[in-house]
Design a binder for this molecule. Structure first.
Ligand code: GLN
Length: 340
């Protein structure tokens, strides 16, 4: 360890200490207490492993660009990342092949249709965008590597850079997703029919099911979001997870397509690029400031975590985070995480 590494670690330690007693921490405590009482929504039950989640689990984490972590509740409860893996894998495809080649394979248009629709854009033969299953499977097909082991390694290595820790796969969720994933298989075959998926279709489907089954916590989601808010550099470890030039492409599709059928309403009300998953996770990116990660399994009718949506709405209002507000301060969240 060099003297400089030591200074950086000390800085992070001080930042953590500040965050523990900050106004933001207090705000999160209050918000958590208030939203824990919400009882609406239903836990996903399309596979038994997800149905076992406890509806009262609720973790709320914020990571700022100066490496501060403010969090409250079940922030260490692991759950499967599910669709929140989609922007990360899209980023991998961009880093590997560049924008032009990826645009030839996956579009950037919102659909207004369910995320698992068996559908591609008939004019271009491309899936509409990388946040719906068709586009995500096409992106998984672009994960580089000579065979399944090498490609899975590339996937896990990218996620490690985003979260700052080695991630693992929930084997039971992966197996169930694979056994029951007939719809996703139909989508893959439709794309293969249009020549938009490689002959290694089964291998790419496995990778898609594996990426959905990666285990994370709300803190991991906040760290991933903060990495995207920071030009692709993890603000806690300093590691680059995605090329800075590609971050804007990932955030753009998250902004327009990240929240299932309520993406328009979300962009209107919350005004932040975000992605949610069926296990109850939501990550929201506050560019130039930090990331928000929420975990609470009960989902609303669009498939988004009820408490997660409510928490992001409250934070965007409280700290004026809406990107198009014209008044949002570029350092509001970071300042609030400091001790008062
Ligand atoms: N893994 C599931 C699927 O592909 C759900 C993904 C999600 O979070 N919507 O259908």
């Amino acid at each position: 360890m060099t003297a400089n590494d030591g200074a950086v670690q000390l800085d992070r330690l001080i930042a953590r200490f500040q965050a523990v007693a900050s106004p933001l921490r207090q705000q999160l405590d209050e918000l958590h207490g208030e939203l824990a009482r919400l009882t609406g929504g239903a836990v996903a039950d399309y596979i038994p492993e997800l149905a076992r989640a406890r509806p009262e689990w609720f973790g709320l984490s914020v990571v700022t660009l100066d490496g501060q972590v403010c969090e409250v509740g079940d922030t260490q409860q692991a759950f499967t990342i599910q669709s929140i893996s989609k922007p990360l894998v899209y980023g991998m495809a961009l880093d590997h092949l560049g924008l032009d080649e990826v645009l030839r394979r996956v579009g950037v248009e919102p659909t207004g249709d369910p995320f698992n629709a068996v559908m591609v854009d008939e004019r271009s033969c491309r899936p509409h965008n990388p946040m719906v299953n068709a586009g995500a499977i096409a992106a998984s097909d672009l994960i580089p590597g000579a065979g399944p082991t090498e490609r899975l390694h590339a996937l896990l290595e990218t996620f490690r850079r985003y979260t700052g820790r080695a991630v693992t796969i929930d084997g039971a969720v992966f197996t169930s997703e694979r056994e029951t994933g007939h719809r996703n298989r139909a989508i893959a075959h439709l794309m293969r029919n249009f020549g938009m998926l490689s002959p290694r279709l089964e291998e790419s489907l496995d990778l898609y099911f594996q990426q959905c089954a990666i285990l994370v916590t709300s803190r991991d989601l906040a760290t991933i979001a903060a990495t995207l808010a920071n030009g692709g550099v993890n603000p806690v470890t300093g590691e680059q997870a995605i090329a800075t030039a590609h971050v804007r492409h990932v955030l753009s599709v998250m902004y327009s397509c990240g929240m299932y059928d309520s993406a328009g309403e979300w962009a209107f009300e919350v005004g932040l690029p975000a992605k949610s998953g069926v296990a109850g996770g939501i990550m929201a990116v506050v560019p130039g400031q930090g990331g928000i990660g929420v975990f609470s399994p009960p989902l609303d009718r669009s498939g988004n975590s009820v408490r997660g949506v409510a928490a992001c709405r409250a934070l965007t209002r409280r700290y004026d985070l809406h990107l198009l507000s014209g008044t949002s301060r570029s350092t509001g969240l970071r300042d609030a995480a400091r001790r008062g």
